[in-house]
Write a protein of this length. Structure first.
Length: 120
């Protein structure tokens, strides 16, 4: 404070208390205390619980059926039926068979094809 200043702090002015609003106020109904641990959620309706259980059971059954079909088919492919192998025919002399084929005239074989082409 300065030497020639005689100002003193002003005390706060008390505010009048506001009376509560007139009229009857209903008493709050007592509710039972709900105790939930942090990991629990409030239980949903029992009908939806049954639905979730049936849904999970259905999914597990579908997965088991698909797995069973897969294993069944994979085992069938792993052990195929015994296919008899043909016995090879022994050719004694391939040149003799080749010379035995009679090719008279290759040009004569194509004459009918040439006639068809000319008609187009």
């Amino acid at each position: 404070m300065e030497p020639g200043n005689n100002q003193q702090p002003i005390p706060p002015i008390p505010q009048p208390a506001v009376p509560p609003a007139p009229g009857p106020q209903p008493a709050p109904s007592p509710q039972p205390a709900k105790t939930f641990t942090s990991s629990q959620n409030p239980a949903p309706e029992t009908g939806s619980n049954k639905f979730v259980v049936w849904l999970l059971v259905g999914l597990v059954l579908i997965i088991l059926m698909v797995g069973g079909v897969y294993l069944y088919l994979s085992r069938q492919q792993a052990a195929p039926a015994a296919v008899p192998t043909p016995t090879p025919v022994v050719q004694e002399n391939l040149e003799d068979e080749l010379n035995a084929i009679n090719i008279a005239s290759p040009d004569a074989d194509f004459t009918s094809v040439d006639q068809d082409i000319e008609q187009l």
